[in-house]
Write a protein that binds this ligand. Structure first.
Ligand code: DAH
Length: 360
């Protein structure tokens, strides 16, 4: 056997033994690379006599071709094996159930606020907002709650240190009623707004949290009446609780910013746990305060109470949520317990709409 033959059989054996693309590449470099054994042989051709070259040339070139062909064939085998392995490892089982992407949920308070915004939008009410750090003029004085009036203490107000730029005491708003004032001062009547939002009182026990949520309603026009207030509240309660009929009781009450003032009870069925029609209601549940806006409040906003009148109402969103969704502990709303939220929360994709149904 010549040297060329033994080199060829050695290289072909190494090619056959290479079981990874890297090992095969090492053999290729050792044979055909710049300093490879086959390359070195080919380089010697230049120094040979024409006779010798005519013998060695074809042999060396035959060697190169045989090695190149073996490398290519082995590479095809290794590539196919690598692809098979990849396909086997990365196979997807299309019959597996889909793992849902983690989706956040809507807190019941936000859900109820969205429901209320939707219901009142259908009645032509816009959503108005105001600051949570109020001043005592908007929170009290303009609402006909004068300095030293017991209602200011009744509200257990959180006062903020220092005065605002107008020299007014700053307070965390104790109710959403100051949004009435801000709206009347910012726009001309007719006005139809609701104002949902956070309110604060220094009060904390099983049925009170220092921060809670209210929704305010305000209608100002030339001929607004208490009958319209009653119809609006009935329509809202029916839509919110998704019942066909409901009975409301207006009890005379007192709020400084309304005259006359009422507290509104909803007829409730202890059987169904829901608001009920006149014959079926067997108990009363207080749900909101309301009344005709006091002329002094209208005047404080720079409007003429001889020309403009209206109604207002205010209610607790947390309580509405508890009543509608059967939530029993107010404090759970603020615990931030994800298990509670998963159980009672609402899908982010299930927005309340009048046509699609208000509730969950
Ligand atoms: N602001 C009152 C409160 O926090 C609730 C309220 C009562 C609002 C009567 C009103 C209303 O607009 O007319 O207790």
């Amino acid at each position: 056997m010549t040297d060329t033959d033994s080199l060829q059989s050695d290289l072909l054996a190494r090619i056959a033994a290479a079981d990874t693309p890297e090992a095969l590449e090492a053999v290729r470099v050792a044979a055909l690379g710049k300093a490879g054994a086959v390359t070195a042989l080919l380089k010697t051709l230049g120094g040979l006599s024409p006779e010798e070259r005519s013998v060695s040339g074809p042999r060396f070139n035959g060697l190169r071709e045989a090695v190149s062909a073996a490398l290519a064939a082995r590479k095809a085998v290794l590539d196919a094996a690598a692809l098979d392995a990849k396909l086997a490892a990365e196979r997807q089982d299309m019959t597996l159930p889909v793992t849902p992407a983690p989706v956040g949920s809507i807190h019941p308070i936000s859900q109820v606020m969205d429901e209320l915004a939707e219901i009142f939008a259908d009645l032509g009410f816009a959503v108005a907002t105001g600051p949570e750090i109020e001043d005592d003029w908007h929170n009290f004085t303009a609402l006909n709650i004068p300095e030293h009036h017991p209602a200011r203490a009744m509200h257990d107000t959180f006062y903020v240190d220092g005065l605002d730029t107008e020299g007014r005491r700053r307070v965390l708003r104790t109710h959403t009623s100051p949004v009435q004032i801000r709206t009347m001062m910012a726009q001309q009547p007719p006005i139809r707004i609701i104002a949902p939002g956070r309110v604060y009182r220094s009060d904390s026990d099983a049925t009170h949290t220092p921060m809670f949520h209210q929704i305010e309603g305000l209608v100002i026009d030339r001929t607004t009446t208490m009958a319209q207030l009653r119809w609006t509240l009935e329509t809202f309660i029916k839509a919110f609780f998704e019942v066909d009929d409901v009975v409301l009781r207006f009890r005379p009450s007192y709020f400084p910013f309304t005259e006359p003032s009422v507290e509104v009870d909803v007829g409730y069925s202890s059987k169904t746990g829901r608001p009920a029609a006149p014959g079926e209601a067997d108990k009363w549940l207080e749900v909101l305060g309301a009344g005709m806006v006091h002329p002094r409040v209208i005047a404080a906003c720079g409007l003429d109470p001889q020309q403009w009148q209206g109604f207002a109402f205010g209610t607790g969103v947390d309580r509405l949520a508890m009543l509608k969704y059967g939530l029993t502990d107010l404090r759970a709303f603020f615990d931030g317990d994800l298990r509670w939220l998963k159980h009672h929360g609402f899908s982010a994709f299930d927005m309340p709409t009048i046509s699609g149904g208000i509730g969950a």
